[in-house]
Design a binder for this molecule. Structure first.
Ligand code: CP
Ligand code: NVA
Length: 315
């Protein structure tokens, strides 16, 4: 059944916009996307992208991003093309500029998962269609929107919620802290020395928190950090591309595992989040990720709903 587009909770237009990082979006725009995500979660068969095609370039592995983008396009009446960089000419040295120009003449939007953020921004600048960042070394914006939707669903509100990210100051941490601070949450990051989020991103997060009435704190002590936490989030200690550092990181992150003992210091109704894939007994114990406070599968499902909202808005 076609949805009644006029009834969609949607007033700001984001048509044609790229999504590289939430730093480029206003609070109002993020709230619109969250409202639309909630609407699409309730109305999953809304056929709002009939005849539209999304090209999806992957230079790194993926389960959730690949399948949720493809399923989302199909559910909305559109189509997605999986483009592994090993199989397309980009992987043999064709330039981003030429790839962008050519793909723009075939598809209505491009999603890319890659290493350098510059590749995403270059692709965006040479494409005449919107480009969505499906993860790069610095950001994972689609993940962060799903995280925030899950927080809204589990806590009923966003402003004033205390969210604590424990672990590596990586792409997931960056997008999570930016978006949570933008939306007025009290954000705490706890990591070993040397694994902090990027300094410039901390600076931007602090500015966002000042504007929104939220806060940002870096606390090297995970026990102190989680005190009173409404949400505790972690991610793998070695991200894609850091495989050769995995052994050293196991040592360096000792003491930063999210386990039941650590969560005893959090709020009694704490929600545990993880972007997945997870390494049980490394960054999180099975007792926590498979336990009653974990919302990780709801969070993974929400990738589908938020990406449908993003696609419907920008394509
Ligand atoms: N969380 C996430 O992006 O998962 P994938 O790597 O499976 O896409
Ligand atoms: N930080 C992880 C996230 C995977 C979804 C990585 O980049 O590998």
């Amino acid at each position: 059944m076609k949805s009644n587009i006029a009834s969609l909770p949607y007033t700001l237009t984001l048509k044609g916009r790229d999504l590289v990082t939430w730093l480029d979006y206003t609070v109002e725009e993020v709230h619109e996307l969250l409202k639309l995500s909630q609407y699409l979660k309730k109305n999953p068969r809304s056929k709002s992208l009939e005849g539209k095609t999304l090209g999806m370039i992957f230079e790194k592995s993926s389960t959730r991003t690949r399948v949720s983008f493809e399923a989302g396009m199909l559910q909305m009446g559109g189509h997605a093309i999986y483009l592994n960089s090993r199989d397309i000419q980009l992987g043999r040295g064709e330039s981003i500029e030429d790839t962008a120009r050519v793909l723009s003449s075939y598809v209505d939007g491009i999603m890319i998962r890659t290493f350098e953020t510059e590749k995403v921004t270059q692709l965006a600048s040479f494409s005449s269609v919107p480009v969505i960042n499906g993860l790069c070394d610095t950001y994972h914006p689609c993940q962060a929107l799903a995280d925030v939707l899950t927080i809204l669903e589990t806590k009923g509100t966003l402003k004033g919620v205390k969210v604590v990210y424990i672990g590596d100051g990586n792409n997931v941490a960056h997008s999570f802290m930016i978006l949570c601070a933008k939306l007025g949450m009290d954000v705490v990051v706890s990591c070993p020395k040397g694994y902090e989020p990027r300094e410039d991103i901390i600076g931007k997060t602090v500015d966002l928190a000042l504007e929104s009435g939220g806060s940002f704190t870096l606390n090297y002590d995970p026990v102190e950090a989680v005190k009173g936490a409404d949400v505790v989030y972690t991610d793998v200690w070695a991200s894609m591309g850091q495989e050769q550092e995995a052994f050293k990181r196991l040592e360096d992150f000792k003491g930063y595992q999210v386990n039941e003992e650590l969560l005893d210091h959090a709020s009694s109704d704490v929600t545990f989040l993880h972007c997945l894939p997870a390494h049980r007994e490394e960054e999180v114990t099975a007792a926590v990720i498979d336990g009653p406070c974990s919302a990780v599968f709801q969070q993974a499902e929400n990738r589908l709903h938020v990406q449908k909202a993003i696609l419907q808005s920008v394509l």
